[in-house]
Design a protein around this ligand. Structure first.
Ligand SMILES: [Zn+2]
Length: 244
């Protein structure tokens, strides 16, 4: 990802998404975002704070579809969900992360976008695949037109899981190779790869899937890591919007 420094703030963008002129997107860092993050977002996305939509994230796979303009989106902010999709311009879809995988979606033909939060539970329940299915159902999207960015999240370098989680993934994703690494009797889960393979299974061509390959736990100077910091309350914001 490209690192952008602006007024003491650091944030990140995917090159492939940045090159598309009718969207804006970012993944924040821990630098310069401690205060006034909503004001900064509103500035960067050139929209009012009321158009910045977040969810009550619960590590599930509920996906909300924003299909009309509203004065505020308070009801959505109170709804338990972990994914958002829309084809309306100037609405900023956001999810909050500290190790959990941020998934950015763009259907380039239908100009529809999506943002999702997938920790191990959401990943286990195939959040990535469900986002694609929702875009197909609602916008008649063709998976071949969808671009997906897998943002910074805890990598298999650092993400040790218990035997129960390891067994669950092995059982459900028998056909996915190398998603668990055994190092000295400990198990490490590759969330990036599970999401990648789920997206491929949903029909997204591999060349349309962009991996940031950035581990939030390794780069704790730039990102918050819930695991590494043992329950840190800081979060990064993942956000995407259609500008027109
Ligand atoms: Zn790591």
């Amino acid at each position: 990802m490209i690192e952008i420094r602006e007024e003491n703030r650091i944030y990140y963008q995917f090159k492939a998404f940045k090159e598309i002129d009718y969207i804006n997107h970012l993944f924040t860092s821990r630098i310069g975002w401690e205060h006034s993050d909503q004001a900064a977002l509103s500035n960067i996305f050139k929209t009012s704070r009321k158009k910045i939509i977040a969810l009550k994230q619960v590590h599930g796979t509920n996906i909300l579809h924003i299909d009309r303009e509203e004065d505020d989106y308070d009801e959505i902010r109170r709804t338990e969900a972990d994914g958002l999709i829309t084809n309306l311009p100037k609405i900023v879809l956001t999810t909050y992360h500290a190790d959990c995988v941020p998934l950015f979606f763009l259907d380039r033909l239908n100009k529809a976008i999506g943002m999702a939060h997938a920790g191990w539970r959401g990943t286990f329940e195939n959040m990535a695949g469900k986002m694609v299915e929702n875009m197909k159902a609602i916008y008649n999207s063709d998976a071949r037109d969808i671009l997906v960015g897998i943002g910074p999240a805890i990598g298999k370098c650092c993400y040790e899981v218990g035997r129960d989680v390891k067994d669950n993934f092995f059982e459900r994703y028998v056909e996915f190779p190398d998603i668990i690494e055994n190092r000295n009797g400990s198990f490490y889960l590759d969330l990036w790869k599970v999401n990648l393979l789920q997206l491929k299974k949903a029909g997204i061509p591999e060349e349309n899937i962009i991996l940031s390959n950035t581990c939030t736990s390794c780069k704790v100077d730039k990102f918050y890591s819930y695991r590494r910091e043992k329950g840190s309350t800081g979060r990064m914001i993942a956000a995407i919007s259609l500008t027109e």
